[in-house]
Design a protein around this ligand. Structure first.
Ligand code: SF4
Length: 225
């Protein structure tokens, strides 16, 4: 089933209002610099933020929390520093891929990347081995201030349970389009909305949903989907 774009529009707006009213601002992305955002976006693949925080702490302590330093240190050393993030060798390779690519394509200049038109910048990021749509969009949105909606597993679960996408799921682009066609292209709104959906997924909309405590309980839903 194709996402019900027309009928989902008001629900997508209502969801944001309900979540923001109940949970408030989420202050994402939790990082001091945009380079830290980018590093965190790769480290958080398939692991909890708690594990990422430990890896970020190790990188900071070793004075390696910049793309330039990551580009220059040995992959084995990098893997050791980010061990707590899980699949650390794979993630070290991905970080090295990214920094090598940034150096060769943009002379290490993030401003040059983010100055590209949105789709062009996204295509560039997706050309890096190990960077998929979710990571690319997180980098564009939270590091570059580019209004592109980030879709993750929590987003899909919540939308599924609220009849906005099919119970069989929806591809990344189709789910993203539901938000981007409904909401104005505002990076702060998109960033806040994604953070609120993640918080909702972690606190209420787990495998076993806790709808009675959830801010979205008043909207039509089926927690068994
Ligand atoms: S916990 Fe229940 S009410 Fe909350 S998002 Fe999930 S299905 Fe909806």
């Amino acid at each position: 089933m194709i996402p019900m774009d027309r009928s989902s529009r008001p629900i997508v707006r209502q969801m944001y209002d309900l979540l923001y009213a109940a949970l408030g601002p989420q202050h994402w992305w939790p990082a001091d610099t945009r380079e830290e955002v980018i590093i965190g976006a790769i480290l958080t693949q398939n692991t909890s933020w708690k594990n990422v925080e430990r890896a970020i702490g190790s990188l900071r302590q070793a004075d390696c929390l910049t793309l330039r330093r990551i580009n220059s240190i040995a992959a084995d050393r990098l893997a050791e520093l980010i061990r707590s993030s899980g699949t650390h060798r794979v993630k070290a390779d991905r970080l090295k891929n990214l920094t090598r690519w940034l150096q060769s394509r943009f002379d290490g200049d993030l401003d040059a990347l983010f100055a590209l038109e949105r789709r062009a910048a996204r295509r560039e990021l997706l050309s890096v081995t190990g960077i998929g749509p979710e990571t690319a969009d997180a980098i564009l949105l939270y590091a570059g201030g580019v209004p592109t909606f980030v879709v993750d597993a929590y987003t899909n679960r919540i939308l599924r349970r609220h009849y906005i996408i099919s119970p069989d799921g929806s591809d990344y682009g189709a789910t993203q389009a539901i938000f981007e066609r409904t909401l104005p292209p505002d990076d702060r709104l998109y960033g806040e909305y994604h953070a609120l959906l993640v918080e909702t997924g972690k606190r209420f909309c787990r495998k076993r949903a806790e709808c009675e405590r959830c801010p979205l309980v008043a909207l039509p839903h089926d927690p068994s989907i």
